[in-house]
Write a protein that binds this ligand. Structure first.
Ligand SMILES: Cc1cc2nc3c(=O)[nH]c(=O)nc-3n(C[C@H](O)[C@H](O)[C@H](O)COP(=O)(O)O)c2cc1C
Length: 183
């Protein structure tokens, strides 16, 4: 049984990213994994200050006092991190980027800022459906994982979905469920 932490960067809690998360979670739970979802939009999370002053208190790794305090223990315990986001200007949403930057405080607990080892998954919804629409995010995701030395367990990019509900009936939902079941 793995512990899976899903960081949902979509501000639309019933949007297309949320449906991808539901499908993935359903598959993972069918296999007996423990899945925790944080809806970042509902949380009070401030951007990283870049102070390099974190990591001194193991229970409160960041110098800032906000809702990241809920995410840190789940992050440290998790075997797998799922980055779930709408595409915003060929990147992840600000909600996800801000929370992810703040995870650096956990690396600050370690000599040389070494990162905890995780498996990682990307789930993303976007309006654009061209062949190259997801290239910038794929590049970012792979660079990130190379830096962290994390293991890529899968990526699902769904184009052609703009409004809430557009993803209904899309075959990617079944792919997400199968990805969850593959863990
Ligand atoms: C501020 C903003 C920026 C966006 N940027 C892009 C983009 O660069 N490329 C794209 O294909 N879709 C873009 N979209 C469309 C969203 O990715 C799309 O509506 C997605 O389905 C939203 O997911 P959600 O329902 O989980 O919020 C953007 C939407 C917004 C609101």
């Amino acid at each position: 049984m793995s512990k899976i932490l899903i960081l949902n960067g979509s501000p639309r809690l019933n949007g297309n990213t949320a449906r991808l998360i539901d499908a993935f979670k359903h598959g993972a739970e069918q296999k007996g994994h423990a899945v925790t979802v944080f809806n970042l939009q509902k949380m009070n999370i401030h951007p990283c200050l870049g102070c390099l002053g974190g990591g001194k208190n193991p229970n409160r790794p960041c110098v800032q006092d906000d809702d990241m305090i809920q995410i840190y223990p789940a992050y440290e315990e998790a075997d797998i991190i799922v980055l779930a986001s709408p595409m915003y200007y060929w990147s992840v949403s600000a909600q996800l980027k801000i929370a992810f930057d703040r995870l650096f405080a956990v690396a600050e607990k370690n000599a040389g800022y070494s990162n905890p080892q995780k498996g990682c998954i990307m789930l993303m919804a976007a309006e654009g459906d061209s062949k190259d629409n997801f290239e910038p995010v794929e590049h970012y995701y792979h660079a990130l994982l190379r830096h962290l030395n994390w293991n890529n367990l899968g990526e699902i990019y769904v184009g052609g979905v703009l409004a809430v509900g557009d993803i209904k009936g899309h075959p990617a939902l079944e792919n997400a469920r199968e990805l969850g079941m593959s863990i």
